[in-house]
Design a protein around this ligand. Structure first.
Ligand code: CIR
Length: 266
């Protein structure tokens, strides 16, 4: 296994506090159940502490009372070393989130927007080095993906559209668990697409377990998936565990609550 790189500069993690309106979140594959807002806020705070504990400079943006899903900052942008792409979420209720993240990211990167009618959400984007996989989900359209390719190809990136089924975003189905390892639910996305990588299947009893947040100095992983956690540990991947049960009820996971990218720090 390739070791974690501890020589890199500090990573920046943009987060946003949980909206008091999170009960009105978008839901696609999950039934609506009651979300304990106070517990969601405590869990989010612990998630931010986990980011800081793994060496991130955490930038905490204020809660937005009128944007139920705005804690899921990942969906509004893709931050590369060279530029940041402002997305155009497929969920219309989430488009104002992009306007809020624009001035924040402008401090760090030149910005490029995805334009109507294309749609793109960050949860569909899995970057592995110079390859950017994008899920063909209900949220990210072929037109949005084509725009992304036009914007990032000049920087040497290759964009590959990936069909998926049964889940919200590409990173619901596959994410990075180590520099050379992808954690995958083979029922939601075709593993053959990722044959160049070491693949670790989720436990079949835990279909939602494929979302891990890989940082330069470790991995954040939800406590809800003990069987897949054991597979990670048996594969030599130590993780920092967080309980995000309330955010999972909003169809969120660990990658979606932050935008993580290389400094320099402000
Ligand atoms: C939504 O449906 O848009 C939100 N309720 C959940 C978004 C989760 N985002 C992500 O995994 N990147």
């Amino acid at each position: 296994m390739i070791p974690f790189n501890t020589e890199l500069p500090m990573q920046i993690a943009i987060t946003r506090q949980v909206s008091p309106a999170i009960a009105n979140c978008e839901l696609t594959y999950l039934d609506r159940v009651e979300i304990d807002y106070a517990l969601a806020c405590r869990q989010h705070e612990q998630y931010c502490q986990a980011l800081a504990g793994l060496g991130c400079q955490v930038l905490s943006l204020p809660a937005q009372a009128d944007l139920p899903d705005s804690v899921f900052v990942e969906d509004a942008a893709l931050v590369l070393d060279e530029t940041a792409i402002l997305t155009r979420p497929g969920a219309a209720s989430r488009r104002p989130e992009v306007d809020l993240i624009r001035p924040v990211l402008a401090e760090y990167r030149p910005l490029r927007p995805i334009q109507a009618p294309g749609t793109l959400e960050g949860g569909d984007i899995l970057q592995v080095g110079r390859i950017i996989y994008v899920g063909l989900s209900g949220r990210s359209s072929p037109a949005g993906i084509a725009q992304l390719a036009d914007l990032v190809t000049p920087y040497g990136y290759t964009v590959q559209a990936v069909p998926l089924t049964g889940c919200l975003h590409l990173k619901s189905a596959v994410s990075r668990a180590a520099p050379d390892t992808l954690l995958i639910n083979p029922h939601w996305v075709d593993p053959a697409r990722f044959a160049a990588f070491r693949l670790l299947d989720v436990d079949p009893a835990e279909p939602h377990a494929a979302n891990a947040l890989l940082l330069d100095r470790g991995v954040i992983y939800p406590s809800a998936f003990p069987l897949t956690l054991r597979r990670l540990e048996q594969s030599g991947i130590p993780v920092t565990i967080v309980d995000v049960s309330e955010l999972q009820k909003a169809e969120g996971a660990v990658t979606c609550c932050s935008l993580v990218f290389a400094g320099p720090a402000l």
